[in-house]
Design a protein around this ligand. Sequence first.
Ligand code: ADP
Length: 397
Amino acid sequence: MKILVINCGSSSLKYQLIDSVKEEALAKGLCERIGISGGSITHQPMGKDKVTTQADMPDHTAAVKIMLEKLTDASVGVIASLEEIGAVGHRVVHGGEKFAGSVLLTDEVIAAVEECNDLAPLHNPANLIGINSCKEIMPGVPMAGVFDTAFHQTMPEKAYLYGLPYEYYKTHKVRRYGFHGTSHDFVSERAAKMLGKDRKDLKIIVCHLGNGASICAVKNGESVDTSMGLTPLEGLIMGTRSGDIDPAIVTFIAQKENISAEEVINICNKKSGVFGLSGVSSDFRDIAAAADAGNRQAIMATEAYAYKTAKYIGAYAAAMNGVDVIVFTAGIGENNVQMRAMISEYLGYLGTSIHAERNKLRGEEVIISDDGAKVVMVVVPTNEELAIARQTAALVR
Ligand code: ADP
């Protein structure tokens, strides 16, 4: 079956058409500047060059139409007609406590997703617009919702409750939800397979280190703790997000800078992390170049990132009373050889050590710890689109 995977943002739409039997992408692309002038679509049939076309898209429905035109186009298309699309899988950021797994998107379910908007006001409304646009243009094609939060619904109360008055959980559902669940699930399962083991017998710590970054403790196949919280702002130092800070800093800065608490949170989301610390960039390739040239802030940002990540690994080893496998994934986890080495320098006490030669490999599945190490370290490239396609195909079947 051919599954169309859609990840809708407020002004963008990412897509992949995946053959779910061969587990291969047929085409992928990105619509940008939806609802703003100067829009464009970049479409790539796999194995061929990508083509970028300028196209104003007043809304997401227009973007869905243009995407479908490209997929069925005589020269750059990969299918003869829309009838070949068996189902659509939508990435949905927040499923609250309602969704502990992927679901078929019926009208009832869509209404329940809408009720989670409060918890992810930047993401969920955009995801819903994508869902409703597809429903309008492709009525009758089954659609599934795959939630970033679902995998973490197995966390015990002691892990997801904050030390706040319990009534805030009861009345407003203030708790840890966690994100990147599709990725943590996918790579922890792959890591177990790579090692010829059953995930149910392992304690795994997954480090998803991309622009957004989170760590997850996966015990016997289930998420038992994760570093992102009510929103994706908590946890590690990220590209532009602060991660954990003393909550009192928010009002302190608001007073000192004469700005609102919302503005401080916006700074924590968009101008902090390694971008804020280094003053150079949110991208580690730029930070590494600056650090190599002796930029002190860039060096310090790199060190802070490694240190914070290693502290979380230690915390999750404690939470699970041990760890068998540490997995690195996403842009930095898959490619940043130096960062993996820096993090692993903190982990000797756990019984692991990095194999310098194997650690030079990038973007592929590889064991990077020394032979015989008590704790195995692996790199597993994430593939959230394939995971969404798999789950969608399973639901439709
Ligand atoms: P997102 O969360 O937006 O999907 P990514 O997973 O692409 O982000 O991660 C972005 C980070 O990964 C950047 O800091 C970048 O430096 C790093 N990165 C991505 N690809 C590479 C690469 N090929 N080589 C080195 N670093 C990379």
